[in-house]
Design a protein around this ligand. Sequence first.
Ligand code: GLN
Length: 442
Amino acid sequence: MWRPHAPATGPTRSIAPSPVRGGALHGIPIALKDNMVARGLTTTAGSRILEGYQSPYDATVVERLEGAGAIIVGTTRCDEFAMGSSTENCAHGPAHNPWDVTRTPGGSSGGAAAAVAAGLVPLALGSDTGGSIRQPASLCGVVGVKPTYGRVSRYGLMAFASSLDQIGPMARTTREAAQVLEVISGHDPRDSTSARQPVPRFTESLTGDVKHLKIGVPRHLMTADVDPEVQDAFDAALAVARSLGAEVCDIELPHAAHGIAVYYLIATAEASANLARYDGVRYGRRADDATTLADMYERSRHDGFGAEVKRRIMLGTYVLSAGYYDAYYLKAQRVRTLIARDYTRALESVDVIALPTSPGAAFSLGERVDNPLQMYLADVFTVGANLSGLPGVSVPCGFTDSGLPIGLQFIARAWEEATMLRVADAYETATPWRERAPVLTP
Ligand code: GLN
């Protein structure tokens, strides 16, 4: 049996026109991933354990968006606590890909990507811990930006893996994503990892000029697992970049192939600590037929968390436990440093790194649910930016023969989103991909 806590009382969020006139986003509707809080909205992180949860406060990104005149219209589906790549780990059911509703929109910010791709909203915010903005953007044919770690406040974002999580925009175009990034970026004293970096006018850097800009390609990472259609689209995109005057060269990221192993140790370790707060006492729902406190914790967590979240809590607790800490967690931290160093060194000789966002286009719903390892391995190109704290963007770069979008990723130096967005925008405006929209049939 479940008993909901009394919802927090606060003003109901209004979707009337914003009173902030002249703001950069005046009157523009925007959707949130269901793991960032706004007063008057229910935020569940796709979990039964937070069923009916209403926050008594606004996330900093919500304050900033509304301060710029935007209208928060609602929340979008995501994998439970952002753990997943397909939204199939959402307790309320998955989101569907508007290009083919039998397929996943990707995840974990799949609902946000699907909503933008389907034209339900022009803009959405997602969160990216290991690719959760960029991969769904890629699978839905929209633009998704993972900013530098510390660029955007995480205050009001339900924590998954705190050293990796970043909030970022999803939009139809790089320019629109840049506009939102400008609004939500900047120091916030309520997030101790938020940086005091000045926020450039990202939109002003979108000049279309990429002459002599150096793009590094870690070809050694592109193994047989990359779908040939994705590989072809990627190679064709590099040819476009060259035709715009950019220089393309091969680079080496010697430790990057260990990214998946490192990510799934560190992310689960942090998740096991972060999710300890969901104990049936302070948030969401509580099992009320328990006889002791320990029984109440156990039942609330047993019934409240889904299978993937439980798997990760157990894995994370295991790698942090005495006797295994050194062998797994500590070692993963060391390899994380090596991976971050590889990216930083490579970015001393090139301006951006290019990779496919995902090794394949959208897969069918249900296809990978019984194979978590296969699901994890598809994060191979995205986890590097999180492990090294660097900014990454996914921009549409073509379609498969069956009409599914393919994404191209650029990763830049820390705090150089402006350069990264300049390349993405130059590529996007030189190609026709954004003109296609999914046909929505009932
Ligand atoms: N797919 C990755 C995971 O399941 C990334 C998730 C994310 O970025 N939130 O952990």
